[in-house]
Write a protein that binds this ligand. Structure first.
Ligand SMILES: [Mg+2]
Length: 361
């Protein structure tokens, strides 16, 4: 078990706001229903940090994202045990004819994550999309992400239909933990090799360790920002005792750097990580973006480009919206007793409210 971390005082809102830059970066493909990804970047003594909770998240759910940005910019990252991190390509819920174009943005990869169970689509759409991935990459590890979009029965029917593609794991097939457990037990009973990964059931739960205690998943998909940063994520993975895959939240290279730091610090990293998502964006804030080379991201710092910060600067009204949000998230963080950055003693403002959600799209 990782010992508790020291309690770094969080910077004041003024310190954060003085360096804050808000960008709006166009996406190459629609993701989570958006074609622009907005983000607020802050600069501290250790470098840049990224604060980019999705727009619909409330202040309590956004606060750990700010803790993660502060960790990056004020405290830096724990030491790395590897120099590069294996990554997967990500294929959104596109038609089969668009798959090759999406894959081409990632270069050579040994693993692909495919989105399935998209609202308004059918199992036949998923089969066609995954079939095209398998046709183009016969030897790749393929995993699918349903974002909790199936019911238990639907998940079992779908996974039966998809078993011909030799899937490595299915991420969040259903929305809740009892459902995950039921799917996992039935797959084991059938002798299927596909594993069950928990994503939303870790990061949108009040207790991120519940899924592990309930034996509801074989592995965890971990994003550093919703858990409050790299150190807290390392602690949760350690306590869960399950393998982890590190994933991004569609961040710029600044946020990806935090994910790379987490993946680089993990003692074991058995699966390719979902950190190659800068390739899904039509711009970035770094001169040398963190994009995959030969299926890996290098473990290195990111130099932010002033020219790109200006080129992708958000409109004034959006900038103000993000500064207001920064202030509210800061107030939530400041209200949490800081006996450690990683283990807040909650004073009543918990990360509640979204636990039953079907989560990220
Ligand atoms: Mg996911």
């Amino acid at each position: 078990m990782t010992p508790p971390h020291p309690a770094p005082p969080i910077p004041s809102l003024e310190e954060l706001a003085i360096s804050a830059r808000v960008v709006s970066i166009p996406m190459r493909v629609k993701f989570r229903g958006v074609l622009e990804r907005e983000s607020l970047l802050v600069r501290g003594p250790a470098g840049w940090g990224e604060f980019c909770p999705f727009l619909e998240y409330d202040d309590a759910e956004s606060a750990p994202w700010l803790a993660s940005a502060i960790e990056a910019a004020w405290f830096g990252f724990p030491s790395a045990v590897r120099t590069r991190v294996p990554v997967n390509a990500t294929v959104p819920a596109v038609g089969p004819d668009a798959v090759e174009g999406v894959l081409s943005r990632f270069g050579a990869v040994g693993a692909v994550k495919v989105k399935v169970a998209e609202k308004g689509q059918s199992l036949a759409d998923d089969v066609a999309r995954i079939g095209e991935v398998r046709r183009l990459l016969p030897d790749a590890d393929i995993k699918v992400d349903a974002n909790g979009g199936w019911e238990v029965g639907e998940a079992l029917v779908a996974l039966d239909a998809l078993s011909r593609f030799d899937l490595q794991y299915v991420e969040q097939p259903v929305a809740d933990i009892p459902g995950l457990r039921a799917v996992r037990l039935e797959l084991r009973r059938r002798g299927e090799s596909v594993l069950v990964a928990a994503d939303e059931s870790v990061r949108r739960q009040e207790d991120p360790l519940l899924v592990a205690r309930e034996d509801a998943a074989d592995l965890l998909v971990i994003k550093a920002p919703p858990l409050g940063g790299v150190r807290r994520a390392l602690d949760i993975i350690d306590r869960a005792g399950l393998p982890a895959v590190v994933s991004s939240a569609l961040d710029t290279s600044v946020g990806i750097r935090a994910g790379v730091a987490l993946a680089a610090a993990l003692p074991d990293l058995p699966y390719a990580c979902g950190l190659a998502t800068v390739s899904l964006m039509a711009g970035d804030v770094a001169d040398a973006p963190l994009v995959a080379q030969d299926g890996h991201l290098p473990v290195r710092d990111v130099a932010v480009s002033e020219e790109k910060l200006q080129r992708f600067a958000a409109a004034p009204a959006r900038r103000q919206w993000w500064l207001d949000r920064l202030g509210r998230a800061h107030a939530v963080l400041a209200g949490v007793e800081r006996d450690s950055f990683g283990r807040e003693n909650d004073t009543g403002k918990s990360h509640s409210g979204n636990t039953g959600s079907t989560g990220e799209r």
